[in-house]
Write a protein that binds this ligand. Structure first.
Ligand code: GTP
Length: 363
């Protein structure tokens, strides 16, 4: 079976980190999200993956030295037209020729899940559906597409992002679909189409939309909070199962993960709930907790970081304090003695030499 991965969005809610990498390359426990997705797909005998992307995302994907599963998966690129994003439905129509005349799988390129793809594929075939959506029970359904499911698995209603408190259930679209080639006749050609808002309601009316409700691990990384929460869950899940490849005299409070080549100086404590990327240099008497740092970050002596995400190759000076919900874009530098208040966002490559005392975005 073929799978098309939707990966041509702009990830605006994950800025500034998505200014310099597509969501599909965000590190999850120091491994790009796409590698996790491909591993799961290969377990379900998917033998061809089509990346539905824009040129920029394709460039990032081709430049990243990705490690895909050993069993052969053919990779094809299908491009949105330049400067004309096609939404979640348009890229499927555009890849019609590549997808061919068999059922196929669609996966949003921003989800982390341990779903069993084979089960949803089987259900789709048994029901003879045009589309089968993977569904998950969410705490806050208003952020997602919400489905009302009948006992035979048919979706009676599908409402995209209902106002808080008005959702007909807590069963939400998990961003994974099995589609039959009949779907192509529902998607208009050459324009942006929302599968969720335009196509699914038609399929509901025609009683051709089914839902596969699953339990287990699922989260999208749409927002910074989701990205944090996913790491919290995974650090607990993988605690003791992954090696913490750290050097130096510092201490690691579990659950935490330190990437290869990272060094922690004397008197420093990393964790709990912290991920250090690869080749991260932590000086002396530093404290980092509830935080994620990408590869190549350096943090000088006596700095304190709590609840922040630090982008690739960021340089942090001595005695810096970075508070909760701060996000620092790649290649930024934070000068000695600077304090960043809760919720400060620093754009990529920005040099910050003075403290920022209120939550704001520094361009
Ligand atoms: P935000 O800007 O933060 O809303 O993110 P997004 O648009 O990248 O993601 P969204 O959750 O809206 O989209 C779900 C999936 O569809 C993601 O994996 C996106 O990469 C992908 N996607 C969204 N829009 C497009 C598009 O226009 N073209 C393609 N090829 N993929 C898209």
């Amino acid at each position: 079976m073929k799978a098309l991965i939707l990966a041509g969005g702009f990830g605006t809610r994950l800025r500034p980190l998505s200014c310099t990498r597509p969501k599909i390359l965000f590190p999850i426990l120091n491994k790009p999200l796409i590698e996790w997705i491909m591993e799961k797909l290969s377990e379900s005998n998917i033998n061809e993956v089509i990346f539905a992307v824009n040129r920029q995302t394709a460039l990032h994907l081709k430049q990243a030295k990705l490690k895909f599963p050993k069993n052969e998966i053919k990779i094809t690129y299908s491009y949105d037209p330049p400067k004309k994003p096609l939404g979640t439905g348009g890229p499927i129509k555009r890849a019609e020729k590549i997808l061919g005349k068999e059922d196929f799988l669609i996966v949003n390129g921003d989800i982390f899940t341990d779903i069993n793809y084979s089960e949803i594929i089987q259900m789709h075939k048994e029901k003879g559906a045009v589309a089968t959506i993977a569904l998950y029970r969410a705490e806050d359904p208003s952020r997602y597409g919400v489905a009302e499911l009948s006992e035979d698995g048919k979706i009676r209603r599908f409402i995209e992002k209902p106002p808080p408190g008005s959702a007909p259930s807590n069963i939400v679209n998990a961003g994974i679909y099995v589609l039959s080639p009949e779907i192509f006749s529902y998607i208009p050609k050459g324009r942006k189409v929302s599968l969720e808002r335009e196509i699914f309601p038609i399929l509901v009316r025609e009683e051709k939309l089914y839902g596969y409700l699953f339990k287990g691990l699922w989260t999208d990384i749409g927002k910074t909070e989701d990205y944090f929460m996913l790491h919290r869950i995974l650090l607990e899940t993988f605690h003791g199962k992954v090696e913490c490849l750290v050097k130096g005299e510092g201490r690691v409070a579990q659950p935490s993960l330190c990437g290869e080549g990272s060094v922690i100086g004397k008197g420093s404590t990393i964790g709990p709930y912290t991920v250090l990327g690869r080749k991260v240099k932590v000086g002396r008497d530093v404290q980092i907790k509830n935080s994620i740092t990408f590869d190549g970050v350096s943090i000088a002596d006596s700095s304190i970081i709590n609840g922040a995400i630090i982008g690739e190759n960021v340089a942090i000076g001595k005695g810096v304090q970075i508070n909760e919900d701060c996000v620092i874009g790649d290649h930024a530098s934070i000068g000695n003695g600077v304090t960043l208040a809760k919720g400060v966002i620093i754009c990529p490559a920005k040099e910050v030499l003075e403290s920022v005392t209120a939550s704001k975005c520094v361009f």
